[in-house]
Design a protein around this ligand. Structure first.
Ligand code: 13P
Ligand code: ZN
Ligand code: NA
Length: 282
């Protein structure tokens, strides 16, 4: 069913697990991720970034995800990932996205608060949950470059930020980065626990592609209720296409390589859902 992210995140917080949030680019990725959720009985967040939205349009992803979600028996929401302006957040809201992130983390504190509060206030009457980000997640996600990612989230700032904006979930910077990691990332788990002590809304971990199972599990123990995976799904999808075309260079039917690509995406998503502990929750 097609739902908002409100209940699934609160359920995850109560249950001590995290909802997996997966970035999708096209119909095949939508179908593959939902197939994994159905098989493992997992609540699911599908999400699109601004550059993905530029590729096919909010209405296209909404129609695609809504149709697929309505066939599914597990709850599925469509989330705007790294919404980079008030305007885009409002367009996603009007289109029918059922969860919204406004990422003002590249702004100074007061400006981040201002744009985040504006989005939270606008979404509240429709009951659409709003995620924000405080501190800088490293690496390059979409068109937003987090740089070195040394701006870790300050616990007391996080508390003030949440109180003043009224957001319903918060992405924190504790040493993760978007994209694949060059070395082994060192997560500041003590900082995460400190944030959780003073912030009681669900916390979100970005940049999970390439994290170890232990890093994800330990983060969830300290308050993470949503874990974002993007890069490794794109890699899996493309590996599937490449593998098929290498073995079948004369193939020309998109359904043929689409099927293999979906199998690759479904397989990686299943491992990530197990890491998050969100299987058999619905
Ligand atoms: P990765 O690309 O590292 O998985 O990051 C995903 C993410 O944070 C999407 O917002
Ligand atoms: Zn992210
Ligand atoms: Na990553």
């Amino acid at each position: 069913s097609f739902v908002t992210s409100e209940k699934m995140l609160l359920d995850a917080q109560k249950g001590g697990y995290a909802v997996g949030a997966f970035n999708v680019e096209n119909m095949e990725m939508v179908m593959a991720v939902i197939a994994a959720a159905e098989e493992l009985r997992a609540p699911l967040m599908l999400q699109t970034t601004p550059s993905t939205i530029k590729y096919a349009g909010l209405d296209m992803y909404l129609a695609n995800v809504k149709a697929a979600a309505e066939r599914a028996s597990v709850p599925v929401c469509l989330h705007l990932d790294h919404g980079d302006s008030f305007d885009l957040a409002m367009r996603a809201l009007r289109t029918g996205y059922t969860s919204i992130m406004i990422d003002g983390s590249h702004n100074v504190f007061e400006e981040n608060i201002a744009v985040t509060k504006a989005v939270a206030d606008a979404c509240r009457p429709s009951g659409i949950p709003v995620e924000a980000e405080l501190g800088k997640v490293g690496g390059k996600e979409d068109d937003l470059d987090g740089g070195e990612g040394n701006g870790y989230t300050d616990p007391l700032e996080a508390k003030e930020f949440v109180e003043r904006t009224g957001v319903t979930s918060l992405a924190v910077a504790i040493g993760t980065a978007h994209g694949v990691y060059k070395g082994v990332p060192k997560l500041d788990l003590d900082r995460l626990a400190e944030i959780r002590k003073v912030v009681d809304i669900p916390l979100v971990l970005h940049g999970a592609s390439g994290l170890s199972e232990e890093a994800v599990v330990e983060s969830i123990k300290r308050g993470i209720c949503k874990v974002n995976f993007a890069t490794e799904l794109r890699i899996a999808y493309t590996d599937g296409v490449k593998e098929f075309l290498a073995a079948n260079p004369d193939a020309f039917d998109p359904k043929k390589y689409g099927k293999v690509a979906m199998e690759h995406v479904k397989a990686i998503v299943e491992t990530r859902m197990k890491m998050c502990g969100c299987t058999d929750r619905v």
